[in-house]
Design a protein around this ligand. Structure first.
Ligand code: GLN
Length: 484
């Protein structure tokens, strides 16, 4: 079925004119019809608009135009602005807001010929690890619909794994692309901070947020990263580094590379089957000619606390703009303060409120030095741990998550337990480095995907993708399909 294809598989068939972009897009739309009632990866999608884009792509293909994503249906997390489409961030507060412009990442997808469609479900304002914090209902894991798909980009990972799109975009502030990719069984990449422009991405924590692709294999991740990357004058934190041809790095040859296994990550709370899968992956790397050594990231213990101070502080400032005056579903009051309070009280869900309160507290006078300033200092120590490790190793290997997907509702009432599911992913954002999750096995009963995380040097995506690709090609995991 066309909707099951990868980007490389589909573009090859489109180039040979064996299929049309309309047929591929229709296959994705049909699959949404068939399965999204169970999965609920999409908040909404505009089928007519997707088909019109596909027809335009078919005309270009007929005219011999060559673009990297020409005619490829790619679905979008509901936090990225797509001109003329709804933008809700999984929240009630934006009401019926329609984006007046395209995010840079979306502009780039469109310029590359993609069929950009759909609004993928997510935790409200990307705050969460399970996609249970959405005002639009829960997304389900395609491997077991009683379980969560991870979050906050749960819709992005579930849609790819359920073959409702060819690939998708998510965002990763503390693991939100890698963690759902691990729990649903696809490839999720968080680029280096500054690699991809954040213009048109609704900010959660601006110093941590990056846009990243969810894909069916590593080659597709390399293709999408190549399209998305680059300097953008509209995002001053995007970096003017040349964009390599990432696909060129996928040689399959990782002989002589050195991989570090941080001893602080093989902790209590790590599920035995996850540990066994990671141990087996290490063996595979050795077979492939890489060397695996133990390393230390001594400040790992402070990562969660540091993250939840910095992320909430930035969120409290970023979310101040949702005030009912400039936009939002306004709830009127007798004076501006009452209007703000009513609008925000009705519009934000409980997790978002918790974080705004926490973030406001850590920034308040008298507490700023004790919490926010100290967290910034610890953040530097965490980054230095990684930079030091990269003096001796080419990449770091860890589990992506401590356990496989948990049940819907299992951690919903315990924010701290929920926060702990990001224990292996958040340091990467604090350090500003790049990371990718690839499938590395399954639990037995029930059968649920397990993810392996690779972390790389700042702007070291080529090496990262090379290692991930070599591992993927030497293992069967990415070929398995969920039956649902
Ligand atoms: N789960 C983490 C949080 O809730 C990370 C979310 C993300 O990466 N957007 O903040």
């Amino acid at each position: 079925m066309l909707n099951q294809l990868t980007i490389s598989g589909l573009t090859a068939r489109l180039a040979r004119r064996e299929v049309s972009a309309r047929e591929a897009t229709q296959a994705c739309l049909d699959q949404i019809q068939r399965v999204d009632g169970k999965i609920h990866a999409f908040i909404s999608h505009d089928a007519a608009d997707a088909l019109a884009q596909a027809d335009a792509a078919d005309r270009e293909i007929a005219a011999g135009v060559n673009k990297p994503l020409l005619g490829v249906p790619i679905a979008i997390k509901d936090v990225l602005a797509v001109k003329g489409q709804p933008l809700n961030c999984g929240s009630r507060i934006l009401g019926n807001f329609i984006s007046p412009y395209d995010a840079t990442a979306i502009e780039k997808l469109k310029a590359a010929g993609a069929v950009v469609f759909g609004r993928l479900n997510m935790d409200e304002f990307a705050m969460g690890s399970s996609t249970e914090n959405s005002a639009f209902g829960i997304t389900r894991n395609p491997w077991d619909t009683a379980r969560i798909p991870g979050g906050s980009s749960g819709g992005s990972a579930a849609a790819v794994v359920a073959d409702e799109c060819i690939a998708s975009l998510g965002t990763d502030t503390g693991g939100s692309v890698r963690q759902p990719a691990a729990l649903c069984g696809c490839v999720g990449l968080k680029p280096t901070y500054g690699r991809v422009s954040r213009y048109g991405l609704v900010a959660y924590a601006s110093s941590l947020d990056q846009i990243g692709p969810c894909t069916k294999d590593v080659r597709d991740s390399a293709t999408l990263l190549g399209v998305l990357s680059g300097h953008d004058l509209r995002d001053s934190t995007s970096v003017p580094q040349p964009v390599p041809d990432y696909a060129k790095a996928l040689t399959g040859d990782i002989r002589g590379l050195k991989l570090g296994l941080p001893k602080e990550y093989m902790i209590g709370g790590l599920d035995a089957e996850v540990k066994a899968a990671v141990d087996a992956a290490m063996k595979k790397f050795t077979e492939l000619g890489a060397e695996v050594v133990e390393i230390s990231l001594p400040h790992t213990d402070y990562a969660i606390a540091t993250y939840y101070i910095i992320a909430t502080a930035e969120a409290s400032a970023n979310l101040a703009r949702f005030d009912g005056i400039r936009y939002c579903a306004r709830v009127d009051g007798n004076d501006p303060i009452e209007l703000y309070a009513r609008t925000r009280g009705a519009g934000f869900g409980p997790e978002v409120k918790r974080r705004i309160i926490l973030g406001t507290y850590v920034l308040s006078s008298g507490y700023y030095d004790a919490y926010y300033l100290r967290a910034q200092k610890v953040r530097t120590l965490i980054r230095n741990d990684f930079l030091k490790a990269f003096e001796t190793v080419d990449a770091i290997v860890t589990p992506t998550t401590p356990t496989a997907a948990f049940k819907v509702g299992e951690k919903a009432d315990d924010p701290l337990q929920m926060y702990l599911s990001d224990i292996f992913t958040i340091s990467c954002n604090l350090a500003g480095i790049c990371g990718v999750s690839v499938p590395c096995g399954f639990t037995k009963t029930p059968k649920l995907p397990i993810g392996l995380q690779l972390l790389g040097r700042p702007f070291g995506e080529e090496a990262l993708l090379k290692i991930a690709h070599a591992y993927e090609q030497a293992t069967p995991w990415h070929k398995e399909k969920a039956a649902f």
